[in-house]
Design a protein around this ligand. Sequence first.
Ligand SMILES: [Zn+2]
Length: 361
Amino acid sequence: MEEIDAAGHLVCPGFVDNHVHTLGGGGGLGFSSRAPEIQASQLARAGITTIIGMLGFDATSKNMAALVTKTKGLREDGLSAYCLTGATLEHPVPTLTGQIRTDIAFIDEIIGVGELSISELGYGYDSFGKGAQYVAEAAVAGLLAGRLSRKAGYCCLQVPPYLKQILKPMFEVVDRTGIPITQFIPSHVNQSDGYMQDAIDWGLRGGWVDIGANYSPENNYGRATLPHKAYKRLRQAGVPAEQILMSSDGNGAPPKEETGENKPKVANYMPMRALFAAWRRVVTEEGVDVSEALAAVTSNVARATGLAHKGEIAPGKDADLVVLDKDLEFVHIIARGRSFVTNGEPVRRGMFEQTLINELT
Ligand SMILES: [Zn+2]
C-alpha cells in the first residue's frame, strides 16, 4: 500500500485522450516522415492514463495487427489503451478480422471505427459524395457491433476544414439515415472558422464536438482557433459543456501547413503534452471552472467512447489519478493504481524507454 499526502492539491481523474496515433502518424512526406511509436511514459507524463489509438494516413506500411499489438503492449506497460479499426483514407477501411463489425464485436481493444475521412483525399478536399456515403455504412457497422458487444462502436471523423462542405455531408447522413448523431466524433473542430461554425450547429443538435489541442496558430495552423478560445466560443454559442471533448491528435505528424512556397515541406509533430497545456489554458485564461473544464478531457470523453469505468473518481471506477498543485502543475500521476510520476518526476517507464534515452544521449 502506497500512501500519498495530497493535502492542498487538486486530485483529478486521469485524462482520457480519444485521438492518438499510437504507432506514429505521418508518412505523407516520404519514408523518413513516419513518426515513431508512442512510449508509455510519453503519455503518462502528460497526465494521459487512457488513450484511444488509430492508424491514420499511412495504412500501407502500418496495419491493424500492429495497432492492436501496440495497444496490448501499452496495457502491459500499465496504461489503459484502446483503439479504433480502420484508417483515414481507405474506403473500405483495413481491419484485423476482415470486417468492421467483427473487429469491434470480438477484439477487446477495438471500440469503434476511424479516424475516417469524409473526403476521399483527406483533410484538404471536399467529398465527391461517396466519402460521406461510405462513412454512413461504416458507422452502421460500428453501431450494430457496438450493440452486440456493449461498446460505443462510434465513428471518429476527419473532416475537410477549409472548403465549402466541411461537416455538411454529415448533417445529411444523420438526417437521412437516422444514425444517432452521438455515434460520430468530428475531430479537431477548431481548424478553421467554417468548421467551428458547423461544429456549433452540430453541438446544438446534440452531437459531440472535439477540439484539437494541437491545432493552433502557435503550432503552424494559422487558420485555427486557439483550443482554449474554441472552448469558450462553443460555450458562448450555447453548446452544452457535457458535449465538448478535447483530444491531442498526438504523435501524429502531418505536413506542416505554414511552410512557404519555395521551402521544402516538413512534418509537423503533434506532442502529447499539448492536451494538458490546452486544457490548463481553458481554466487559467478563459476562467472556466476546473470541474467543467476537466469533463472535456475525462468524463465527457468516457461517455462519448463508451468507457464506463473511466473519467471519474468514484467507487468502481479505475484508479487513474492526476494530482495537481495550486498552480495546476503535475505532482503525481497514477494509472491503474500504479505511480508513473511522483513529486513531478517519472518513476515508471515502458520496457525500452530507458534504453532509448541512453542510446540517444
Ligand atoms: Zn489524427
